[in-house]
Design a protein around this ligand. Structure first.
Ligand SMILES: NC(=O)c1ccc[n+]([C@@H]2O[C@H](COP(=O)([O-])OP(=O)(O)OC[C@H]3O[C@@H](n4cnc5c(N)ncnc54)[C@H](O)[C@@H]3O)[C@@H](O)[C@H]2O)c1
Length: 254
C-alpha cells in the first residue's frame, strides 16, 4: 500500500460507519493521523480503536453536524490533538431522515429543515471552521460526499437531492475562492453503496433495478468510495480541482 498521507492530519466527519469509516481506515493505512468524527460516540470510538489497534493513529471525537458549536469543536480537536488539519472528508448525512423524505408537494417542512441543517448547512459550517487553519498552513484538501441523487432527477427524496446538489455548489465555491491559496475542493458522488445499513434495509427489487441500470457487474462497496476520496485528497490529484467524481459503477456517464 502506498503511503500518501504520512504525517498528515485528516478529519473525517461522519466516520462511525459506512463510507466514512472506510475512508478513515483507508487514510490511516496510508499514514494519516485521523480525527474520527461522528454523532455516535460509540461508533467513533470503535473505528478509532480498530485503527490504533492495527498500528495507526486516530482520535474519536463525538460531534453533531446539525450544531455549529459542535462542528467548531470537532475541528478544534484536530488542532489541539495533532497541531493542524491537512484534509477534510465532509461525509456525514442524516440517513434516518431520508426515510421520511418525499416529494415537494407533500414532504414535511421538519424533514426538509433537518435534511438541510445536517446535510448542507453542516457542510458549510465544516468549511467555515476548517478553511482558516488550512489558509494558515498554506495548503489543504477537502472532499465532500455528494450523491448521484444531486443530478438524477428522482421523483422522490427531494430534500436529500437539494442538499446534495447544494453540496456540489459549495464545493465549486470553495475551489474557486481558495484555489490560489493552495486549498483544493472536490466531491464524490456515490451510487448505491452496500454499507451495512443499506444491506439491512435494501429491498431486493431495488437492488436488482440498480444493477440493471449500471455498467459494472456488481454493486458498490464502501471501499470503492474510500479509494476515490483518498485519491482526491492526496497529492496525486493536485491538478484535480472543483470536480464531482461519480463512483457508481457507471450509472451516470458524462
Ligand atoms: N450508501 C449509499 O448508497 C450512498 C449513496 C450516495 C451517497 N451516500 C452518502 O455517503 C455519506 C455516508 O453515508 P453512508 O451510506 O456511509 O451512511 P452511514 O449511515 O453508514 O454513515 C453516516 C454516518 O454519519 C453519522 N451521522 C449522522 N448524522 C450525523 C450528525 N448529525 N452529526 C454527525 N454525524 C452524523 C452516522 O452516525 C453515521 O456513522 C452520506 O453523505 C450519504 O448521503 C451514500
Amino acid at each position: 500500500m502506498v503511503r500518501r498521507f504520512d504525517d498528515q492530519v485528516v478529519v473525517v466527519a461522519g466516520a462511525g460507519s459506512g463510507i466514512g469509516a472506510a475512508t478513515a481506515h483507508r487514510l490511516a493505512s496510508e499514514g494519516a493521523r485521523v480525527v474520527v468524527g461522528d454523532i455516535d460516540a460509540g461508533k467513533a470510538e470503535k473505528v478509532a480503536a480498530l485503527i490504533t489497534g492495527s498500528g495507526g493513529s486516530a482520535t474519536p471525537v463525538p460531534y453533531d453536524q446539525g450544531d455549529e458549536a459542535s462542528i467548531g469543536a470537532l475541528i478544534e480537536a484536530a488542532l489541539v490533538t495533532y497541531g493542524g488539519v491537512d484534509c477534510l472528508h465532509a461525509n456525514a448525512a442524516d440517513m434516518d431522515v431520508v426515510g421520511d423524505d418525499g416529494d415537494a408537494a407533500d414532504v414535511s417542512l421538519e424533514v426538509f429543515q433537518r435534511t438541510i441543517d445536517v446535510d448542507l448547512r453542516g457542510y458549510m459550517l465544516l468549511t467555515r471552521h476548517v478553511v482558516p487553519p488550512m489558509l494558515e498552513r498554506g495548503r489543504g484538501s477537502i472532499v465532500y460526499t455528494s450523491s448521484g441523487a444531486a443530478f438524477a432527477g428522482e421523483a422522490e427524496r427531494v430534500c436529500y437531492a437539494m442538499a446534495k446538489a447544494g453540496v456540489n455548489a459549495l464545493m465549486r465555491h470553495v475551489a474557486s475562492k481558495w484555489g490560489k491559496n493552495g486549498i483544493r475542493a472536490n466531491s464524490v458522488a456515490p451510487g448505491l453503496v452496500l454499507t451495512n445499513g443499506v444491506r439491512e434495509s435494501l429491498p431486493e427489487a431495488f437492488r436488482e433495478s440498480v444493477l440493471r441500470r449500471q455498467r459494472s457487474p456488481r454493486l458498490g462497496d464502501p471501499g470503492d468510495v474510500a479509494a476515490a476520496v483518498a485519491y482526491l485528497l492526496s497529492a496525486d490529484a493536485e491538478w484535480v480541482v472543483g470536480q464531482v467524481l461519480s463512483v457508481d459503477g457507471g450509472v451516470t456517464m458524462r
